[in-house]
Design a protein around this ligand. Structure first.
Ligand code: PLP
Length: 451
C-alpha cells in the first residue's frame, strides 16, 4: 500500500482495523471521513452535511459544536492537564463531578468510581461485586444474570455480560460466570397468543427458576439496560423491572442498571431506572456524561457496597483497582460543564417533549409495508423492517435490508444505525421541532427507497 497517498481514505484502508466493521468490505468501500460538526450535523471531506440521528454513538447530548465544553477542556488543560487519584491524591474537577453525580442520580447512589469507558465501568462493577462478596465471607456468590441481546461493552468481563453473538463469537466469551436470560422484547420473543402481561410473568418466572436452580447463594448481581439500546432499541414489557427488582431483593442480589445510553434524559426521564420505576444498587453512566467530547464513565453505587469494599481495603491494605485515567481532570471538567448545560437548558425536558414528537412522528410508518414494529421511548427509537408484516418473518439474511437502509440514509444526508434489520435513531438532546420533523420525513424517504 502507498504510504505517501494523499487520500485520507487510502491511508485509513492501509493502516487501520476498524471497530465493528467488516474489514474486507472496508478495504473495498473505504471510510466516510467526517471532518467537522455543527449543532446536530456533521460534515464529510467533501463538505456534505449529515443529520447525526444517532448522536455519534448514542452519546452527544449537546450537539457537535458546544463551545463551553471546548473552553472547559482548554481551561483545565492549562490549569492541570493531568493528574490521578491513586494513593490518596485528588483534584477538583473529579471531586466536583462526583458531588454533582451523587446529587443528580436517584436516591441511594452516594458513591462514585470513574473510568474512561462503559466497558471499563462494567468490568469495574464485576470486580467490585466479587471483591465485596469475598470481603463479606461469601466467595461462592459470584455469578451474574444478564439478558440475551443486552449490551454492556466488549472487554473480557463486560463482553461476557453482553448477550450478542458477534461479541462472543471467536473471542472465546463469555469468560466469567454469567447466565443470559430471555431478551425482554415482546414483539420478537412473546409467544403466539401470549399477552404482554403473560410475557412479563413468564420472564420473571424464568429469572426466579434460574436463581433457584443455580442457588441464590451463587448469584451476585443482575445487570440490565432499562431500555435495551445497542441490541436493537427494545423497551421492556410492562411490570418487568419492578418484578426483577423484587426478585433481587428477595434473594439478596445486587441490581445493576447499565445507563450508559439510557442516562441523562435519553428516555424522557432523568434516568432509565426512574423511567421504569426501580431502584438500582449500582448505576453505570457514560456517553452523554461528557457528550462524548472526552472519554469518561462513572460507576455509581450505594453506601452498603462502599462500606463492604472500604472495610476490606482496611483489612488487606488497598483497593487494587484503578486506571491511569480514572477521573481524568480534563474529562471530568468537561463532564461537569456538560451536565451544567443539560440542566441550564433543560435538555432533559426538551428530550421528553421532542421525544413525544419523534415517537408520534415515527408511528405514522407503522402501516408501511416494510415496517414490523416502531418502538422506543423519549429520544431513542427503532423501526424494525421485516419480510412479512403479518407473520413478523425477518429478511434472510437478517440485516441485509437494514444495511441497505443505512446506506440509503447516507445518500439522504442522515446518519442512522442498523442493528440487524432494526433502524435505530437516537438524536442529540438539543433537537428542535424542525429537526425532529426533518428526521421523521427523512426516515419516510429512506423506507420508501428501501427494498
Ligand atoms: N453499556 C452500554 C449500555 C452501552 O451501550 C455501551 C456502549 O455502547 C457500553 C456499556 C460500553 O461502553 P464503551 O463503548 O464506552 O466501552
Amino acid at each position: 500500500m502507498n504510504k505517501l497517498s494523499n487520500s485520507l481514505g487510502a491511508a485509513d484502508i492501509a493502516t487501520a482495523l476498524h471497530p465493528y466493521t467488516n474489514a474486507r468490505r472496508h478495504e473495498e468501500k473505504g471510510p466516510l471521513v467526517i471532518t467537522r460538526g455543527e449543532g446536530i450535523r456533521v460534515y464529510d471531506e467533501a463538505g456534505k452535511p449529515y443529520i447525526e440521528a444517532l448522536a455519534g454513538l448514542w452519546s452527544v447530548a449537546v450537539g457537535f459544536s458546544e463551545s463551553r465544553l471546548v473552553e472547559a477542556a482548554h481551561n483545565q488543560m492549562q490549569a492541570l492537564p493531568y493528574y490521578h487519584s491513586f494513593a490518596h491524591k485528588a483534584h477538583e474537577p473529579s471531586i466536583r463531578l462526583g458531588e454533582k453525580l451523587v446529587e443528580m442520580t436517584p436516591e441511594g447512589l452516594d458513591r462514585v468510581f470513574f473510568t474512561s469507558s462503559g466497558s471499563e465501568a462494567n468490568d469495574t462493577v464485576v470486580k467490585m461485586v466479587w471483591y465485596m462478596n469475598n470481603a463479606l465471607g461469601r466467595p461462592e456468590k459470584k455469578k451474574f444474570l444478564a439478558r440475551n441481546k443486552g449490551y454492556h461493552g466488549i472487554t473480557v468481563a463486560s463482553g461476557s455480560l453482553t448477550g450478542l453473538p458477534y461479541n462472543h463469537m471467536d473471542f472465546d466469551l463469555p469468560a466469567i460466570p454469567v447466565t443470559h436470560l430471555t431478551c425482554p422484547h415482546f414483539y420478537r420473543f412473546g409467544h403466539e397468543g401470549e399477552s404482554e402481561a403473560e410475557f412479563t410473568k413468564r420472564l420473571l418466572k424464568e429469572a426466579e427458576d434460574t436463581i433457584l436452580r443455580e442457588g441464590p447463594e451463587t448469584i451476585a448481581a443482575f445487570i440490565g439496560e432499562p431500555l435495551m439500546a445497542a441490541g436493537g432499541v427494545m423497551p421492556p414489557p410492562e411490570g418487568y423491572w419492578p418484578g426483577i427488582e423484587e426478585l433481587c431483593r428477595k434473594y439478596d442480589i445486587l441490581l445493576v442498571s447499565d445507563e450508559v445510553i439510557n442516562g441523562f434524559g435519553r428516555l424522557g426521564s432523568s434516568f432509565g431506572a426512574t423511567h421504569y420505576g426501580f431502584t438500582p444498587d449500582i448505576m453505570v453512566l457514560s456517553k452523554q456524561l461528557t457528550s462524548s467530547y472526552m472519554p469518561l464513565a462513572a460507576v455509581m453505587f450505594s453506601e452498603k457496597v462502599y462500606d463492604a469494599i472500604a472495610d476490606n481495603t482496611g483489612r488487606i491494605g488497598t483497593f487494587g483497582h484503578g486506571f491511569t485515567a480514572s477521573g481524568h481532570p480534563v474529562a471530568t471538567a468537561v463532564g461537569l460543564e456538560n451536565l451544567k448545560i443539560i440542566e441550564e437548558r433543560d435538555l432533559m425536558g426538551n428530550a421528553q417533549r421532542m421525544g413525544e414528537r419523534l415517537q408520534a412522528g415515527l408511528r405514522q410508518y407503522a402501516d408501511h409495508p416494510l415496517v414490523g414494529e416502531v418502538r422506543g421511548a423519549g429520544l431513542i427509537a427503532g423501526l424494525e423492517v421485516v419480510a412479512d408484516k403479518a407473520t413478523k418473518r425477518p429478511f434472510d439474511p437478517v440485516g441485509k435490508v437494514g444495511l441497505a437502509a443505512f446506506e440509503i440514509a447516507h445518500e439522504e444526508g442522515m446518519i442512522i444505525r442498523n442493528v440487524g434489520d432494526t433502524l435505530a435513531l437516537c438524536p442529540p438532546l438539543i433537537v428542535t421541532e424542525t429537526d425532529v420533523d426533518e428526521i421523521v420525513a427523512c426516515m419516510g424517504r429512506i423506507l420508501d427507497r428501501t427494498e
